[in-house]
Design a protein around this ligand. Sequence first.
Ligand SMILES: Nc1ncnc2c1ncn2[C@@H]1O[C@H](COP(=O)(O)OP(=O)(O)O)[C@@H](O)[C@H]1O
Ligand SMILES: [Mg+2]
Length: 282
Amino acid sequence: MNPFYYGQIVKKADFCRRPELDRKLAGSIKRGQNVYIQGERRTGKTSLICETIRKLKKHRMIYVDLLEVKSSDDFLKRIVTAIIAMEHTAGFVERVFQELSHIRPVASVDPITGLPTLSLDSSVELKPDSIPGVVDLISSYHSKAKPIVVVLDEFQDILNLKDARQTLALLRSRVQFQSGIPYVFAGSIRNEMDRIFNDPDSAFFKSAVPIHVGPIDKDTFQKFIINKFGTEKRHITAESLNTVFAICFNMPGDIQQLCSGLWDTTSHGDNISDEHIPMALK
Ligand SMILES: Nc1ncnc2c1ncn2[C@@H]1O[C@H](COP(=O)(O)OP(=O)(O)O)[C@@H](O)[C@H]1O
Ligand SMILES: [Mg+2]
């Protein structure tokens, strides 16, 4: 089976270790420190965040993908949906109703698991003034024994909202009081993330510690790739591996995609060299 994955989060054995970044991020999370993670698309931000939190074991993640978020209504519904996805214990339905009755959650029973589930009434449009209630709901799930980490991925897309400034200001004013809960803001577009975190006029100015995600350490990643080819006794020459990395500008997602192409265009036991690359690229 093709052991190369791209265009999705990689986990466990498919995740090439990045100990330095992992330590930095895990340390911040344990201290309850907010961080913002910046790096181009396909460098491995989302995988790093999910893998680091998974290894912390105790922490529970509220993961919100804000890619192409359209409105504050959409923003808030994505957060509430992420909370619902995390929480399935008795009492949570009651709690959501209590705290967010105005946004009209709809309760039902999951036909497969038999557990209560919630969805949101799509006819109710949420405005930024619901942000405090939603953010406070998050803290009601947080405890020392079961700490929460909130991940807001592709966070720069919040700038697309008509009321972006108001949304950011309300979010910031609430988040700063949740001192024990670490927020991880990740984003792919550098100048937009800079506008949020490094512009003195922004509500989030210097409110989080930056972590930059670039290419994976070359030696480590090359060994990782060699091992993957080795699972079916395929061998790639050092020279060709360097060519692959150069073609992909060291971008992890692109390297995995090209290696996946090399896998599909070669066979068990093959010695992979430069001549195989054009076909794989195709
Ligand atoms: N630590 C890693 N080990 C191996 N491959 C990785 C790693 N991080 C990223 N990749 C590759 O990059 C792709 C995109 O990863 P992802 O975490 O979605 O990046 P981002 O969130 O920065 O866009 C993955 O599908 C995988 O091919
Ligand atoms: Mg991502």
